[in-house]
Design a protein around this ligand. Structure first.
Ligand SMILES: [Zn+2]
Ligand SMILES: [Zn+2]
Length: 161
């Protein structure tokens, strides 16, 4: 389920109101490959819908996740991150910068669920952990952004002089 039309239909099937806010939030999530936090989506949606609040974005994401319209990824007990891609797939998380990247590996999708006396086991998640290329190369993605900003400011000053 990836198109907005499919999303609207799925909402209706599940008895959820289709609001402009919900569509904006879903669109922002589906267009992202980053598995963003509620805050990142809030920053993105705010430009189109300035009166939206972070609480609304957070509540909307939680509601959509509860109804399996999106997925929730909680890497290493950090802030919740969300995933618009509900196809079966796994994740690898960078232990340094918390970047999350999709892993498609068919052999991981057919694992049989164990019988358990005290549990009705309904599914599983596999999370790989490691260090992403950028961190392995000693480049902190955040630092890089700062450097870029500094450079831009310098260029701007240069123009003024
Ligand atoms: Zn990293
Ligand atoms: Zn994913």
């Amino acid at each position: 389920m990836n198109t907005i039309d499919q999303f609207i239909n799925a909402c209706r099937e599940k008895g959820l109101n289709v609001t402009y806010q919900r569509i904006l939030i879903y669109k922002s999530l589906v267009n992202s490959k980053e598995h963003p936090t509620a805050e990142t989506i809030f920053e993105d949606v705010k430009s189109e819908y300035p009166s939206i609040s972070l609480a609304t974005v957070y509540k909307t994401l939680e509601t959509l996740a509860e109804h399996q319209l999106i997925d929730k990824v909680t890497p290493l007990h950090d802030l919740a991150r969300y995933d618009g891609n509900t196809d079966q797939h796994q994740h690898v998380v960078c232990l340094h910068c918390r970047k999350i990247v999709d892993v498609y590996e068919d052999s991981l999708n057919g694992i049989s669920l164990p019988d358990h006396d005290d549990f009705q086991i309904s599914g599983y998640r596999i999370q790989f952990e490691g260090i992403c290329q950028e961190c392995a190369n000693g480049r902190d993605p955040e630092e890089r952004t700062n450097h870029k900003r500094e450079r831009q400011e310098l260029t701007f000053c240069g123009k003024l002089q």
